[in-house]
Write a protein that binds this ligand. Sequence first.
Ligand code: DGJ
Length: 565
Amino acid sequence: MKIVKLMMALVVGLVAAGLSAQEMPRIEKKDGRFALMVDGKPFLMLGAQINNSSSWAAELPSAWSAAEAMHVNTVEAPVYWEQMEPAKGTFDFANVDLLVNQARERHLHLVLLWFGTWKNGQNHYVPEWIKSDVKTYPREETAYGKLLDVMSPVSAANLDADKHAFAALMGHLKEIDGAQHTVLMIQVENESGSVGSVRDFSPAAQKLFEGDVPAELTKALHVSGGSWTKVFGPDADERFAAYSTAHYVGEVAKAGKAEYALPMYCNVWIIYPVHALENRDRAYPGQEYPSGGPEQPNVPIWKAAAPSIDVLAPDYYSSDSELFRQTLAVYHRPDNPVFIPETHADANFGRFLFYALGSGAIGFSPFGIDRGPQPGPVFDQRSAEGGPRPASAGDNYALLRPAGMEIAQLNFEGKVQTAVEEKGTARQTLHFNGVDAVVSFGFPQGDGAAPPGTPTLQGHALVAQLGPLEFLVTGFDASVSFRLPDAPGSPSSFGQKSEAWQKEQIEILRAEEGGYVDGAWKTIRIWNGDQTDRGLNFRGNTPPMVRARFHTIPLYDEQVGGMAR
Ligand code: DGJ
């Protein structure tokens, strides 16, 4: 009897394991939060993108080494239409196979970038047979009739050619990777939109522009119908470009998903503010950014016109951290997960990564890590005083990677918060359910003194609530202490205290340094004394993970009396 039960349990276990291993990568949504599910479990993509011309046999070895040195779990790598379809209908998947096989050898996942009709707002990766036949495959035209190195987004021939190639790529991926899921997501096109004109002025596009805005769009945007100019006023040209581009890219994604339905996203060359000195208040579409891409004001149009695209994902190339937070706020929507597919791997890396994680990001990835400026700022940035350097991209990834699945799951449940040091905010309070975590940046932290902060603003911390009084904590140049919350709206730690605070006090029961190994927490040592006095102290660039359990006891002995009575 026992043996039969054992056998049955084994079979059930095997079937369950097999099923989850077969589950397609997908994006799951719950209560307005998102997770990238890989083999049935939330996955935190700690990625890096290789250079544009690196998906070649000669380049890949140094690309893999750079990625491994950074402790990534996923590499973003381009697939080139010109290489993949050298003659119409003839496909060469050699580079794709190389990427997939070599990533597997290194136990890395891949995100493949479809360099198709658009690459940075131009057409430079379309095959020669398309480039040289402008009659069959029309270009976008400026208002003066000049042909651009941008494909017309309203041309059915262009769209069909891209759809056909992209569907072939996805069909091939299904064949070689449908059971293994090395490839997690696909970027459809690269920074689409038009560089050179605010929109396509070709006769075909002009005819459409002179018609009404499609009803499906006005309905989705909850605006009344009419001509493009009536509906969008002075922004009509740009919104027309957005609709044409989104519709085109959405159709390409749909054709690909019909073959193999991996999650699909579009990266965005966002609109950066122009400087006041330039004597104008906005950047010009088609000049300073590709017109019609999923830039900030075009997000609603893209969401309506390209439903097969799961994520609109901003590339971020500024060091301005306030602008970064504003950008996160635009793309962090109930219908859009946060994903940063490109950014610099400089001294801001950890700060931006932790801001993104605090917004529930499913992934993060710096650009151009191979043949980059190594051992440049990312690996060795010292503070002006020669003191501790900001943690490198590799330091941050090395810390988070082993706990990636747990952090993704906790984020999916809304239990992760992060604190990032800014000028003048060396102390920050994170409010959890029933408990506050107070994060103080910089050392030494003297009694009664405000924390000193760091000269390079390199402090950042992550706190996740595991249970009512249990937390996972880590950070760089930070101490984290826990206390019962102030009364709501209380201005400072000397403000009015909550009812709980007046009756109870919180203590550490046990703080364990350790890490997750195959989903189970393994303790290395118990922290106490100097490591926990005045908070859990995280110094240096190879910080540990700590799991800390607290409890509360009454503030006063009821027998004796005191304020609590
Ligand atoms: C953004 C693009 O998406 C990348 O492919 C690359 O061209 C970088 N810019 C270069 O900074």
